[in-house]
Design a protein around this ligand. Structure first.
Ligand code: ADP
Length: 638
């Protein structure tokens, strides 16, 4: 059942499911599917673009980000300091009496060992405490800043989406847009917090550790880092394998979910045809393979961990081997060895996360770029620079040799010219696909003509600011569009800021006041999705009230009574007559009894007005219109 509805034109931009569509020529290139960058170098240009484009949002959070960066630096320093209290206890307390080789901290040699012990014992706790506090501050401020930035970006994206034209929504899958506004943005936030910052901490720590090792003893540092290439090689190789297998597994699981969804949605047919066993068999193979893949990834990551452990052990052994000789030769202290072994262990750990972080960052870069691509789409219908606010219209509408096509190679409207006197009703009739809806969508400036002009009160539409133009046009459509807010708000959407009195007056005009008052919550009744708690006729009348509150001089009615029973139709028609009194009205209809009273009737076929006149004139002409009228009369008995 098709249910007509009245929608004010500003909402056209935000409702994707109806016939009249707005134009927005997106840059097609901007919407190609993005290849996910695989390495950090590939991701870098994207990251740069993201930071540049979102700089205004990032800058707003500079205080939080500043605190976070200080926290980050303190965290790195604390991380580096961790083994040092222990080293000092070793060198200057335990071995206080032993001959310490040339020390880098001569003043400690002269201090009281017990005082030093106390200081460095407290130091152990202090360093850990400092690190904990710094990491906490860093994480909390970073998360907060990221959430705020992301909320700003989401707001910007949402506002942008509202401005994009309906033709854009026709081209792009709504699922894709929703992914961009939800999970893409979320991934941007979580990756900043979970990958980029930890990566910076780890890299800074790593570089400083290597520096400190060389400072302590370059020979030991070289020995310790000798296994590093091996480590990198095995990490990269095994991580790559893990990625391959898990990607395969994800694909397989996606396919399995699709198979399951298909079987569940068609369960009636499946059972009727006794296909259960066959489908189970079809499901079993990918299910088993996915299990194997999952086992394989676990095996691979276990291999990686063990390999790393062994490499760390080898590095430690090598450092010990040479280190003890150096200690004996008095070149390094036992405490230095302690620092070395500790650093070796911690240096390998973050590198293990490197691949994981890079993968996450690459993914987030792709997400960020998808958001930017969307923000880059330019609405094709925009205000001209010199556009003026439309004055209150009289409703004099003129089409001057208007040609239009959704694509250049197919003309839909062919050289249309006509003029409508203010306050007149024009009925657009004719076969489906003739171009009636297209014609009115041009009047709303959802599209611009390819050639020719459309004038209201003698001025080209393109000279007016779009919002001021659309505010003076109301439209009734077939699809019901009531929002999940109260009836009062649903009506007020027609003219934001309408007073309670105006809302009620509009509802009365639309024959809606009485049934609204009969509802337990009256005007405060919240509409369920698509207004399904009300009958089609009632929804229609609320929508008519919405148009009435707008007090627009031009009204477009697109099959407003289709699908209503006789009684509802009568109430709606009555409301529409009141709504359109003194307005220039365009009525698209298939029911020729409703077009009879129009001052002008256009019979439109293949984008051309092939008959034009009053009902009497067209009947007298005795061509298409009169044939159709008689045919309908014979069928409906009206
Ligand atoms: P009517 O309202 O008379 O049924 P329309 O104006 O809806 O006719 O359609 C006129 C022609 O334009 C049809 O051939 C239709 O397929 C085509 N058309 C309508 N909307 C679009 C669109 N968004 N993109 C491409 N072609 C469209």
């Amino acid at each position: 059942m098709a249910i007509d509805n009245l929608v004010d034109t500003e909402q056209l931009e935000s409702v994707g499911s109806f016939k009249i569509v707005a134009v927005g020529i997106m840059r097609e290139s901007a919407f190609r599917k993005r290849q996910k960058p695989q390495t950090l170098t590939q991701a870098l240009p994207g990251l740069r673009r993201i930071v540049k484009e979102f700089w205004p949002e990032i800058r707003q959070q500079k205080l939080l980000l500043g605190i976070s960066i200080v926290g980050l630096i303190v965290e790195v320093i604390a991380q580096l300091l961790r083994p040092w209290p222990l080293k000092f206890i070793f060198d200057y307390v335990i071995l206080a009496d032993a001959t310490i080789p040339a020390t880098k901290f001569p003043m400690l040699s002269d201090s009281n060992p017990m005082v030093l012990l106390l200081i460095f014992s407290v130091g152990i706790v202090g360093v850990s405490g400092l690190r904990a506090v710094a990491a906490y501050v860093n994480l909390v401020t970073m998360s907060l800043a990221a959430s705020r930035i992301v909320a700003e970006i989401r707001g910007r994206l949402y506002a942008h989406l509202q401005r994009l034209s309906l033709s854009f929504y026709h081209r792009v899958k709504s699922g894709d847009l929703i992914t961009r506004i939800t999970s893409d943005i979320d991934s941007l936030r979580s990756v900043t917090v979970m990958a980029i910052f930890p990566l910076i901490v780890e890299m800074l720590t790593l570089v400083s550790m290597v520096g400190l090792m060389f400072w302590l003893n370059w020979e030991l540092a070289l020995i310790g880092l000798a296994v590093f290439p091996l480590f990198l090689l095995s990490t990269v190789k095994i991580t790559k394998r893990i990625h391959q297998v898990s990607r395969k597994q994800r694909r397989r699981e996606g396919a399995m979910a699709a198979t399951a969804a298909e079987a569940i949605s068609a369960i009636k047919v499946v059972q009727a045809l006794s296909l259960e066993r066959m489908l189970q068999r079809m499901f079993a193979t990918p299910n088993r393979k996915s299990l194997e893949d999952s086992a394989r990834t676990q095996q691979l990551s276990a291999t990686l961990q063990r390999t790393i452990e062994i490499l760390v052990a080898i590095a430690t052994a090598l450092v010990m081997w040479r280190g003890v000789q150096l200690v004996m030769a008095g070149k390094v202290t036992p405490g230095d060895l302690l620092v070395f072994t500790n650093y070796l262990k911690s240096a390998f750990k973050p590198t293990r996360q490197l691949a994981k972080h890079i993968a996450k960052i690459s993914k987030a870069t792709a997400s960020g770029e998808r958001i930017l691509d969307l923000l880059d789409v330019v609405p094709a219908i925009r205000d001209r620079q010199d556009a003026i606010k439309a004055p209150l219209f009289n409703g004099d509408v003129e089409f001057e040799s208007v040609c239009f096509g959704y694509s250049r190679d197919k003309t839909i409207l062919k050289d249309l010219s006509f003029r409508v006197v203010p306050g007149h009703r024009v009925a657009l009739v004719g076969p489906s696909g003739g171009g009636k809806s297209t014609l009115v969508s041009l009047l709303l400036r959802l599209y611009d003509p390819l050639s020719g002009r459309i004038l209201i009160d003698g001025c080209d539409l393109r000279q007016y600011q779009i919002e001021s133009l659309r505010r003076q046009i109301s439209i009734v459509l077939q699809d019901s569009v009531l929002f999940g807010v109260s009836i009062r708000d649903n009506i007020a959407y027609g003219s934001l800021g309408a007073s309670d009195r105006e809302i009620k007056a509009a509802a009365r005009l639309a024959n809606a006041h009485d049934f609204i008052m009969a509802l337990p919550q009256g005007y405060d009744t919240v509409m369920s999705e698509r207004g399904s708690t009300l009958s089609g006729g009632q929804r229609q009348r609320i929508a008519i009230a919405r148009a009435a509150v707008r007090q627009a001089p031009i009204v477009i009615l697109d099959e407003p009574t289709v699908g209503l029973d006789n009684k509802s139709e009568q109430a709606v028609t009555e409301a529409l007559d009141r709504l359109t009194a003194n307005c220039t009205t365009f009525l698209i209809t298939h029911d020729l009894t409703t077009s009879k009273n129009a001052e002008q009737i256009f019979y439109i076929e293949h984008g051309e007005i092939i008959e034009q006149g009053t009902h009497a004139e067209l009947m007298q002409l005795g061509k298409r219109y009169s044939t159709l009228y008689q045919l309908q009369g014979a069928v409906t008995g009206k």
